[in-house]
Design a protein around this ligand. Structure first.
Ligand code: PA5
Length: 435
């Protein structure tokens, strides 16, 4: 079980405040599980996890093995909920530099269609030069502009390189089972395709083929990820404050009611950055509604202590932190001796880097709590494929409970739709001229 340590929030809230929320949290959890709340047509994510691989997971693995054997590079096209989950998974487990030294057998994975930067596009073209590659197009609606532009460009690159039949075999689509331009293209072009269930929203889709195919191509054991999520589905169904999902959801809402309107979600792992990005979308898009919501920000320590540290320590007191901790890896680095000791570091001789990291964590928490910033610690334990699945499910559940506590529909995103519509109008998309 993920441990949520709330001992560093007591300066801001008191235990009776938390206990007084029991009925409210219980009601929010029941609303979610009984499907009686707003957005209840998007609860498919709750029951996605499975103990044993499904037929579709086996088909994903076969496709992933093919991509691994015939491609130096796998390009994953998508944005928002159709992008952040797989990237978060791969970078958390394999690090931000996971692509270095990879090729056929264990392909590099690049992401496209997650923005409109020509520089990024030019760089991708350079990276693909002389490489065998395959693409996965991920879009639930099948109509989002950024991935649609990248798809058109990459399809042509594939066709020029491999011809129509070769390109067809190297194109995979992940989309709605029946609706949208991407589904139509997949059917007409004969691409291998996988389904995003209609009742699973983008930001809750990481445990569908959206996350599973890229993870499998990266060599992550998707059966283990799903097993971890499956165990989480059972474990975190607990209806009491012993449930860490209850603790997290309730404490962040209590802090918000005390004026803490910004949550910094941090870790001391550089590979965590994109996971933080996934969390940012999950909570930001689920909660930022009706003039309410905790603003989600992710940070990487200790690096960001040297940029955001001052603001956290002494800026406006409207912040709380959630620090995610992982067990240290088995392979240690021990600080060596230097007989000259010009850097004055010999007092750390024989200490491991983990030891220094632990002290940095403790020192940071103490400083921030002293400065009036409550800190929630999430102790995840050993980081592995199963734990990743557990983390995804735990945070999705916490998010659903938290958003119902806030009194908003966790499962819509009217603000995102608005920007998409405005962009269509400005670009002159047929049908959007006067909207
Ligand atoms: O959560 C959301 O709904 C959005 O972030 C979408 O995932 C994003 O806009 C991509 O949409 P689509 O998968 O339809 O291309």
């Amino acid at each position: 079980m993920i441990k949520v340590d709330i001992s560093n929030v007591w300066g801001e809230i008191a235990l009776p405040d938390l206990l007084a929320m029991e009925k409210e949290v219980s009601a929010a959890h029941n609303t979610l599980k009984d499907g009686t709340g707003a957005g209840n047509d998007f609860l498919g994510w709750e029951t996605l996890p499975v103990a044993e691989p499904t037929e579709e997971m086996k088909r994903i693995q076969v496709a992933a093995d093919r991509i691994r054997s015939d491609s130096d590079v796998f390009v994953v096209i998508g944005i928002g909920g159709s992008y952040l989950g797989p990237r978060a998974a791969i970078e958390l487990l394999q690090g931000p530099n996971h692509n270095i030294g990879k090729g056929k057998g264990n392909p590099q994975i690049f992401f496209a269609g997650n923005g409109l930067s020509t520089r990024h596009w030019n760089e991708l073209c350079r990276l693909l030069e002389g490489k065998d590659f395959s693409i996965a197009i991920i879009s639930k609606s099948g109509t989002t502009t950024e991935p649609a532009i990248a798809t058109r460009a990459l399809r042509w690159m594939l066709e020029r390189k491999y011809g129509t039949e070769g390109a067809r075999k190297r194109t995979y689509a992940i989309t709605d089972p029946s609706k949208g331009a991407l589904r139509q293209m997949a059917t007409e072009e004969g691409w291998e395709s996988f389904v995003i269930p209609p009742n699973v929203g983008g930001r809750f889709s990481v445990l569908t083929p959206v996350g599973l195919l890229p993870m499998a191509v990266a060599g992550i054991d998707i059966a283990k990820v799903m097993k971890g999520a499956y165990e989480a589905m059972k474990t975190y169904d607990l209806r009491s404050f012993e449930n860490p999902a209850w603790q997290y959801a309730a404490v962040r809402n209590l802090l918000y009611r005390r004026g803490k309107a910004i949550e910094l979600f941090e870790s001391f792992e550089p590979g965590f950055k994109m996971f933080g990005g996934w969390w940012q979308q999950l909570f930001g898009e689920s909660e930022g509604k009706d003039g309410k919501g905790i603003f989600p920000v992710t940070a990487e320590f200790t690096a960001d202590l040297h940029s955001l540290g001052q603001m956290i320590q002494a800026g406006e007191r409207n912040i709380f932190e959630t620090m995610v901790r992982f067990d240290a890896p088995e392979n240690k680095y021990t600080i060596p001796s230097d007989w000259k000791n010009l850097d004055g570091l010999n007092y750390l001789e024989g200490r491991t880097l983990d030891y220094v990291d632990e002290k940095a964590y403790l020192g940071t928490v103490a400083a921030h709590v002293d400065g009036g910033v409550p800190v929630i610690t999430m102790d995840v334990g050993e980081l592995n494929d199963e734990k990743l699945g557990e983390m995804f499910y735990f945070l999705e559940l916490s998010c659903g409970i938290s958003a119902y506590l806030l009194g908003v529909n966790p499962f819509n995103q009217p603000g995102v739709e608005l920007y998409k519509r405005n962009m269509f109008q400005l670009l002159g998309k047929p049908g959007y001229e006067t909207k």
